[in-house]
Design a protein around this ligand. Sequence first.
Ligand SMILES: [Zn+2]
Length: 174
Amino acid sequence: MGLFTYMRDRLTGGIVKLNDRMKLLGALVGHAFTYATVVHEAKHARDRESGRLTPEKQIAGEIAAFRVQHDWLALMDPSGERMLTLWGALKLRRDRAVDPDAKAAYAEAVVYLEHLSDVRSTGGDEDKLKKLVHKLGYADGHDHHDHDGHDHGRAAALPPARNERDRHFRYVSA
Ligand SMILES: [Zn+2]
């Protein structure tokens, strides 16, 4: 859903991008929840500018970004009740939707909230965050890494890009 792209040879100029599907997702789950993805990518951008984020320390970078994401969720929904209520309502709409496009959109929103719930349930704990990052398929030192939280582990199997984009490092997360 979110993506942070940067160059190996310089600290500035990294770019945060959000998937176009975020527009619809934001309308379904509310922008307060989709900001969780924005703060995650923003943390990567900040860490890169300060020199903390490197391809060799991708796992540490993800742990830091997921921790900030957790903190945002804990701040905007302290009891987790908003997320739970929304998840239940969207699941109901998904199951009742007749139009396939609407059904797919609700299904995506449900999966997105489940991913946020995984982040939330770490409680910001270092070991739990580390387990989550591994579960999502991140690894240190990969030149090209693409991850979508909707397809756990898929990214780890992606072959490295063989063009000028080899010089980019991409971080994608739900
Ligand atoms: Zn990330």
